[in-house]
Design a protein around this ligand. Sequence first.
Ligand SMILES: [Ca+2]
Length: 312
Amino acid sequence: MLNLKTLLPLIVITFIVVGGGFFVWQQGWLSGMLSLQTKKQLDIEQIKNTEIYSDNFKERVALVDGRYERRYPEGASELYVSIDSEKTIFGDLDNDGINEAASIAYWSGGGSGTWRELVILKNKDGYPIFVTSKDLGGGTIINSLTVDSGVITLDMNIHGPEDAMCCPTLKKVAQYKLVGTELVETKETSTPSITVTILSPNGEEVLELGKTYQINWSCSDVLAASFIARIYLLLNEQIPHGTIDGTPEAYNKIAGCPIEGGKLLWKVGEVERGTVSSGNRYRIKVDIFAVIDGKEQLVASDISDGYFSIAE
Ligand SMILES: [Ca+2]
């Protein structure tokens, strides 16, 4: 006959066995979840060995160790694709708590140069799946790729009107958000990169005090209204008359003007605050400012190659 005295140890043992089993099962489940969480994050090796698609080339390729190459029968390269592991970042672009990968891919083929594309890959059960790509242009230099709060920021040099294919100089910062399966550009700022060259006076000239002289300079990539030129007279490469209008400028300002012809008529010796005396160690300095969002940004500058003289 079983009574409470004999049943009690059995009940205790049953509790220990079942409870322990539950505990073990719970721990296993937890560690399983943890390993799933760990597995869920994409890594660079996966990105280097996945399929990507080029909207530009209309091709889908499977990368192996970050590369894909297809050759013509005679051996020449027909298509070469690589992924930039230095410019691959992981961040949550669609706010679901799981990181996507954003990477720069290089596509070249058919002698058309190398095209840059921003590639987005999603994490599907721990594996990268191509979502979309964005053409960033041929020969574009990607300075940096970052992601912050779901926004991708690309700092690039793109081609200005006179840039050689090799060497883009126009700075562009673009921002993209992943909306559904599309990359949407949210912000774009460009700092035009130009050069300015003083043509005259560029050294050795003798200018007569009080006479009118034409200062000439040339600019590359003149995009008209968004530029301002400021011309300064420089003596001994030092401050000839102190500061102007309370600003600690090292040069006497002759005038500011928009770039139209790259020339300025100057009554020799006159500066914004009075006149300078005769001498033989003068130079001209031209600063070119771009007006971006209402602010002036210095983009180019030049100084006369040599000294010129101002004579009585
Ligand atoms: Ca995500």
